[in-house]
Design a protein around this ligand. Structure first.
Ligand SMILES: Nc1nc2c(ncn2[C@@H]2O[C@H](COP(=O)(O)OP(=O)(O)OP(=O)(O)O)[C@@H](O)[C@H]2O)c(=O)[nH]1
Ligand SMILES: [Mg+2]
Length: 603
């Protein structure tokens, strides 16, 4: 028996237009009252998603078209959130693979398509952004076909429908030269070529693939009913990773409808739903029959690739800007995060105010740090560390990534040089439109801080993407940041007079008049060694009228860092201090004499 449900996940490399397309589908399906106004990208609804213009967590929506219910799962395209995509693919019978008509298949396209192919999902290819100048839809289409073939797609999968169009302009067509004014060709293709969700008879089974929170009902389990029917108020078994089985009761059931949810009495095989009232579940657990429970194969969750030390803020400025500052606050917040942030792991250390937080990359960890500072936390983090492994002979292995750089031809040489310095090996160099397309294999270690250098060397023109490939033998030392730090000797606001005098020593991260403390990193030295300087001395009086005076006019504006840039910038003996108002870099040892003593014993 079949039913009129289609479950599709929309997958792509970052920024290829997934969320824009889902938004347009929702708009087109008239689920809003005519008088209501909605902004663009209604789906990327949390503040960090909006500011960064990226999707961080996947979302479920649904539309009805010609009597068919289409459940759509919008997924994040950034590699750090790849584990999330892998998981939600379990909800789908088909995928919409979006590919930018200029960029073509990128590292994350390969990764997510590979997962979809392996799960046997039927693809529809959407060559998107054909409104862009210089786009090459035919080439990209051919490239995607080759990619799918190389990924071992079946005959049926290779027999995919391709649509061309523009998410942004809200149209799709079977021919990119023939523009339409709607998404109907896409919706028709979904109904025709994605298999209907099969209905499996028997005792109920549902695997929990994601979760949600509600202030009223607590944690909500989301998943697809694999077999049988789930009923409101029924008793069920919750089957855990360790083989234990808990008795639970389904309090309420919801299915997805438009952008929201609708309460129902029962949900049958093939449909995606949200279940409340289940205590103590984890992602991957199976909700099964009360008397004859049968478990579904567990979902494996991607291992972390990186860790960072998180500790309380103990800088001289601690407690001035945040509400939550104690080790108890930090501990509770971090462990709470692990309940919903699956790829994240938190370990305690021998110090009660210090934790090791394991994640999938810089962005994964920075999103957590940024969220915490907005909630009012103060904390400090250490230099991100890539995780090594050992093979069976005790040889040290390290993660290797595929790095793709598209760059104007005249800057290609500089990029190759920078990447080679960090043990990157070039595997492909070919023209792509008027850009050079470069591919490298590079240790993850080498990527930390690389983006900033590449952007500086190419005047911001390079487009860089990377994705974990495998563990390989350790490649030996990689030079870190070449420049040392400028460190403040004293506490207090720096004067325009001294900062001006010291402009030849390096570039500053603070402006005149800004409060700094002894041991704070206030700039980058022009030389490799650290230099401790006094920026508070001299002509204090002129500082009173600092801004707008001649003194100030000569001073280069301070160098600004984003949170991620700062995380990649700090050295082993430095911390990043994060509060709701400030991000400061500092030496772990604030006192210069202590640093000198430590350096001696380390020699
Ligand atoms: N020119 C053009 N731009 C588009 C099109 N579709 C999306 N964009 C733009 O591309 C950017 C990224 O769009 P999103 O829809 O957020 O991309 P996404 O795939 O959801 O990105 P992630 O969720 O972060 O992986 C936005 O600036 C969009 O306005 C299109 O068809 N043409
Ligand atoms: Mg998105």
């Amino acid at each position: 028996m079949t039913q009129n449900i289609r479950n599709i996940a929309i997958i792509a490399h970052v920024d290829h237009g997934k969320t824009t397309l889902v938004d347009k589908i929702i708009h087109a399906s008239k689920i809003f009252d005519a008088h209501q106004h909605f902004d663009d990208l209604i789906l990327d609804d949390n503040p960090l998603e909006r500011e960064r213009g990226i999707t961080i967590v996947s979302k479920n929506v649904s539309v009805r078209y010609n009597g068919v219910k289409i459940n759509i799962i919008d997924t994040p395209g950034h590699a750090d959130f790849g584990g999330e995509v892998e998981r939600v693919l379990k909800l789908a019978d088909g995928v919409l693979l979006l590919v930018d008509a200029f960029e073509g298949a990128m590292p994350q396209t390969r990764f997510v398509l590979g997962k979809a192919i392996a799960l046997g999902l039927k693809p529809i290819v959407v060559v998107n952004k054909v409104d862009k100048e210089n786009c090459r839809p035919d080439e990209v289409h051919e490239q995607v076909f080759d990619l799918m073939f190389n990924l071992g797609a079946s005959e049926d999968q290779l027999d995919f429908v391709t649509l061309y169009g523009s998410s942004k302009q809200g149209w799709m067509s079977t021919d990119w030269k023939v523009k339409t004014d709607n998404l109907i060709p896409l919706l028709d293709a979904v109904v025709a070529s994605i298999p209907p969700a099969p209905v499996l008879e028997g005792t109920p089974q549902m695997q929990i693939t994601s979760l949600d929170y509600s202030a009223f009902v607590g944690r909500i389990a989301i998943g697809r009913v694999h077999r049988g029917t789930l009923k409101e108020g029924s008793n069920m078994s919750l089957m855990k990773a360790d083989g234990s089985i808990k008795k639970v009761k389904v309090r309420e059931l919801h299915v997805f409808e438009g952008l929201g949810r609708v309460k129902v009495d029962s949900v049958s095989s093939g449909e995606i739903c949200a279940v409340s009232g289940i205590e103590g579940f984890d992602i991957g657990d199976t909700l099964a029959d009360a008397d004859n429970p049968e478990q579904l194969e567990r979902i494996s969750i991607d291992e972390p690739t990186m860790n960072m030390l998180f500790t309380i803020n103990n800088s001289p400025f601690f407690g001035k800007e945040g509400k939550f500052v104690t080790s108890r606050h930090l501990r509770d917040r971090l462990f709470k995060e692990t309940e919903k942030n699956l790829a994240l792991r938190v370990e305690t250390t021998d110090k009660e105010d210090t934790f090791l937080v394991f994640g999938r990359g810089i962005l994964h960890l920075s999103v957590l740090i940024e969220t915490m500072r907005r909630e009012g936390y103060e904390l400090q983090v250490g230099q991100p560390q890539v995780l090594f492994k050992e093979d069976e002979n005790g040889k040290r292995l390290e993660p290797i990534e595929l790095l793709v750089v598209d760059v104007p031809e005249e800057s290609a040489g500089k990029v190759i040089e920078l990447v080679s310095m960090r043990k990157g090996e070039m595997s492909i160099m070919e023209p792509k439109g008027d850009l050079q397309h470069l591919e490298f294999n590079i240790p993850s270690r080498g990527l930390i801080g690389l983006r900033n250098n590449v952007l500086t060397a190419t005047g911001g023109e390079a487009i860089m993407n990377h994705r974990f490939v495998d563990y390989e033998e350790h490649k030996g030392p990689i030079p870190g940041r070449i420049a040392g730090s400028l460190i403040s000797l004293e506490t207090g606001p720096g004067t325009a007079y001294t900062i001006d005098k010291m402009q030849d020593r390096g570039s500053f991260f603070v402006d005149p008049g800004e409060e700094v403390y002894a041991g704070q990193v206030i700039g980058e030295h022009t030389r490799p060694n650290d230099l401790t300087i006094n920026i508070q001395k001299g002509k204090k009086l002129t500082n009173m009228r600092a801004s707008g005076t001649d003194d100030n006019a000569k001073i280069v504006p301070k160098r600004q860092f984003s949170l991620e840039e700062a995380m990649e910038y700090i050295q082993k003996d430095e911390y990043l201090e994060v509060t709701p108002k400030s991000v400061r870099m500092r030496k772990i040892l604030l006192d210069e004499n202590e640093r000198l003593r430590y350096a001696k014993t380390a020699e």
